[in-house]
Design a protein around this ligand. Structure first.
Ligand code: ZN
Length: 188
């Protein structure tokens, strides 16, 4: 065998891997001791930080999206979004709980018979009258009970309340009772 120093030997290129350069250096040094026995000495070295491939990045990105999606899914299972309460309000007209005094123009309660501002007395104006032949009246809208009175024909009444065909009427003297509102005759 020829003397290695007199013959041109091709360089030996070794590659060492390591997460850090220090890790690779440790392997390189132990190798260098071995190679020195054969007359090789290191002349150049270069360290290149490892790079993730494009595919690895895409896989990581996909896993990331899957993980985020999974977390969002768990979040959606656990946390409910705010509920919505939907309320529909229909205009029913303004409830006539007040009236305007025709004398002083102040707003007063609908049931008031005397204006609390000017003392104006309100005329009781019936809206209906009892038909010819009179009209039976009940204390409550219950036909199984006997009527309490028969109202005189032509008596003026105000219908204060409705319950189906029943109507609670009020008379001028403050009397109130229930009648068959279908039989009442409306005053024009
Ligand atoms: Zn008044």
């Amino acid at each position: 065998m020829a003397d290695p120093r007199s013959v041109s030997q091709p360089p030996i290129v070794r590659v060492y891997r390591g997460a850090q350069q220090a890790d690779a250096n440790a392997a390189f040094r132990s190798d260098a001791v071995e190679l020195a026995k054969y007359g090789y000495v290191p002349t150049t070295q270069s360290w290149a930080q490892g790079q993730w491939g494009c595919g690895a990045f895409l896989v990581a990105l996909l896993l990331c999206i899957l993980l985020i999606g999974f977390l969002v899914f768990i979040f959606m299972l656990v946390v409910k979004p705010d509920g919505t309460l939907t309320v529909t309000n229909e205009f029913q007209g303004v409830a006539a709980v007040t009236k305007i005094c025709p004398r002083c123009a102040e707003t007063i309660k609908k049931e008031a018979k005397v204006c609390r501002f000017c003392g104006n007395e309100f005329q009781w104006t019936p809206t209906h009258r009892v038909p010819d032949g009179g009209l039976a009246a009940w204390a409550a809208p219950n036909p199984s009970l006997p009527p309490i009175v028969t109202l005189d024909a032509g008596l003026g009444l105000i219908v204060a309340e409705r319950a189906g065909d029943w109507g609670r009427v009020e008379a001028d003297n403050g009397w109130t009772g229930w009648v068959d509102a279908r039989l009442l005759i409306a005053k024009s």
